[in-house]
Every structure is written in structure tokens, then in C-alpha cells.
Design a protein around this ligand. Sequence first.
Ligand SMILES: Nc1ncnc2c1ncn2[C@@H]1O[C@H](COP(=O)(O)OP(=O)(O)OP(=O)(O)O)[C@@H](O)[C@H]1O
Ligand SMILES: [Mg+2]
Length: 465
Amino acid sequence: MEKILIVDDEPFICENLKRILEEEHYMTVVDRDGHGALNIIKQETVDLVFLDLNLPDMSGLDILVQMKQWDPDILVIIITGYASVESAVKALKLGAYDYIKKPFKADVIKLIVKLSLETQQLKREVRTLKKQTEDVLGGQTLIAESPVFMDMLKQVREVAQHSEVTVLVTGESGTGKDLIARTLHNLSPRRHRPFLEINCAALPENLLESELFGYESGAFTGAKGRKIGMFEAADRGTLFLDEIGEMHLGLQAKLLRVLEDKKIRRIGGIQSHETDVRIVAATNQNLREAVAAKRFREDLFYRLHIVPIHLPPLRERPEDILALTKTFLVEFNRKFGRNFKEISPDARQLLLDYRWPGNVRELRHVLERICIMHDDAMLQEMHLPKELTAHRPGDSMSALPFDFQISESGIDLEAVVDQFTQYLLKKAMRMKDGNISHVARLLGVPRGNLRYKLDKYHMGLQDAS
Ligand SMILES: Nc1ncnc2c1ncn2[C@@H]1O[C@H](COP(=O)(O)OP(=O)(O)OP(=O)(O)O)[C@@H](O)[C@H]1O
Ligand SMILES: [Mg+2]
């Protein structure tokens, strides 16, 4: 039930208002002066205030300002005599919702209260909804139009509910592993607890270890005081271990132990503590290969692999290429004051044909660059960077990727090198009818390395034809 505070020094006005409001079943509180009214605001949740501007102890406008500071959502309706309409107008500027003139009619009061409370309720709902959406997506919009990606999201939603289960997110660079790890957390019952992330490739082994587990004072030279590790800091939340494939073997063993025992011990510590943390790990490596090469512990692999979530490369999700393009255009139009509204059929085809080795991150960068450099109503072929236009399937020798220019808008070096490599691999495979040994000799690379590259670019033998 909504609570309404009536602040007026005339007892008759207070009684009258109270009666009208109680007829409508609102809860009412009455106070005769400004200080008393402010105390009530600070102690109780009040939805609406009727405030007389002429109070004995302080200026009505001051009270209004202080009330709004305390609770920006509070609705204040000014009660005013004919003489003071001017100050009522001033009050509106300071955030009052409306004003009523004395003497007032019961119907008018009832209507104004009903409407103002409804508006307030709507505003609150909008704010909550907005906050929820932002929470779920970590402030970013997750675009998913392709059936494969939507299927994957269904899995994410499902596994999010099982908040104990370890999840391994795999996929090429830029496919959205970070975004998915966050989404998983935000959809899980742990969402009100911390989401912490650490990149296992970014720190040397001993630093990573102390980040994860913390240490006791004097655990090693330089260990001043004790440090809480991420496992403890993320208690009942989610810990995102990015680039898990880069973790050292020694540390892998320690991580495995934590996952199995659900206990951690700070470095140099004696006591173990229970931990309740969901691990989400991510990698763009092929962990099976890393296991085969003895760079990754097999037991840890299976422990992490309980629920694998694989993000398909962007080139396999044409619907997403177009949906993401539109979304990013809207974003960068706004950011750079541009007007791109449509995509020409040619440009659309080029976007769909390109391999996107850098996946969504690359697409985002390409569109950002376009919006910085150009302005047009239609996104056209001429706006697209060379790596998209120079590598059409079936193009003749004249369209070799050798003559890449570095335009003023810049290029994506890795993407270009990737394309170059793929181009040469394809050509060599064709020349040698897909015979791996011959191709390896032709290109001067070891066979294992060649297989790795073919795998990396998803170039089976059929691709060579
Ligand atoms: N489905 C999507 N919708 C909207 N934006 C996306 C989507 N997928 C990825 N992105 C955006 O693409 C960029 C790269 O995504 P992210 O950092 O999650 O990739 P990643 O797989 O973690 O890459 P890396 O392996 O290099 O760490 C980010 O800006 C992210 O917001
Ligand atoms: Mg990442």
C-alpha cells in the first residue's frame, strides 16, 4: 500500500487531505513542520508528499530539495494559496511533481494522486527492467540470430542453472567467449555474487598462483601481509579462467586438486578453507591436441570438459554476420554521428563470403573503421577494407592478396596474414592433389605443422579441390 506524507501547519488542511486519501485506502502520515517531515522521509519509505510551502520552521523549497536529495523517486505535490503560485512554479523546477491550489476539491486530489503514483510505478519498472537487461548481458548486447548460435545459447541457459558445474568454453579468437562466460554467470543463481576473471596467459606461474590462491604473511620473500586469492574473493560466485590452455603444468595440478576437493589453501598457509566457486574456463586452443602433446593434463581436461560449450566461428553463422553488422552500424552511427541505414547487396555478399579469421571482434573493428572514415546512407563495396574485397572466391590471379595496400584507415595485420596463409595453402593443396607430404615439402614446413595449419583453417582435403 502506498504511503503519503502530509506536511502542513494548518490542522484543518491536514485533516481534510487525510480523510480524502484514506477514503481511497492510502496510508497517511501527517507532520506540521519541515524538520519533522524530513525525519519521516529518512526513516520510512514514503511514496508521495503533500507539501505546504509556508511552514513555520523552514522554507518549503529547502525541504523539497532535501527530500529529493534523499529519495530522487519521491513524488512531491505542492499545496499553495493563490498568492504564492510563483513559488509553486519554482518548486516544479526544483523537482516537484505538481501543485494544487487551496481550497481544493476531493476529486482533483484523488485523480492527481492516482496518476502520479502510476507514473512513478512505471518509471520504477522501466528502471528495474533496464537494470536487469544490463545485468544479464553485462552491459553488452548479445546478438544471436543463427540457429547454431541460438542452440548454443540454449545450452548456456540450461547449464547456468546448475551452478556447481564447471564449464569449458571453446572457440576461435573473437567468437565471444568472454561474453558467454559473463552471460553464463548472469543467468545463474550466482548472479548476485562476484564474477571475477583472470587471464592465465598474462601472468608468470608464481604470480598466477598467488592471484588464484592468495598467501599468508611471509609465505615467500616479498609476501608482505596476507592476500586473499581469487578463489576466496569469488566465493559463491564465478571465476573465469581465460586462456586456460596457457596454464603451467604445475599449476594445472593445483587447480585440479581444488576442483576435486573444493578446498583451497593460501600459499604458506596451514589451514584449508572450503570454496564454493563455479569455474568457467575458456581457450581458443585445441585442448585435445595440447593433451596429446603433454602440454595439458589429461585429468584436468576431463574435469573441465564436463560441459563443453563450443562457439562456432562467425563464417559459419551468416545470419549473425548480418545481424551483428546492423547492430554495430547503429552503435557506431551514434558514436561517430553517421547515417548508415542500409547495406547494398554487393557489400552484403562480401561480408558473407569473407572468412572472418578474427570473428566478431574483427567484424566490429571493420565497421568501426568504416564509420570513422566514411559517411553514407548505404554501406557499399567501396567502404569495405581490401581484405574483404580482394579475396572473392574464384577470383583470378589479378586478385591475389599480394598487393594489399595499407589504407589510411588501417588493416588488421593478423587477419591479412591469415588470409595470405590460407591462400597459399589452398593453392599448394591443389597443386599436389592434397598429398600432405608433397605439400609440406613444397611449402618447406614439417608435416605436423602443416596438419596443424590445415586444421586451424578448417581446410580438409575437400577444401583443396
Ligand atoms: N554474439 C555477440 N553479440 C554481440 N557482440 C559480440 C558477440 N560475440 C562477440 N561479440 C563482441 O566481439 C568482441 C570479442 O568478443 P570476446 O572478447 O567475447 O571474444 P573471445 O572469444 O573471448 O576472444 P579471445 O579468444 O580473443 O579472448 C567483443 O567486443 C564482444 O563484445
Ligand atoms: Mg577472450
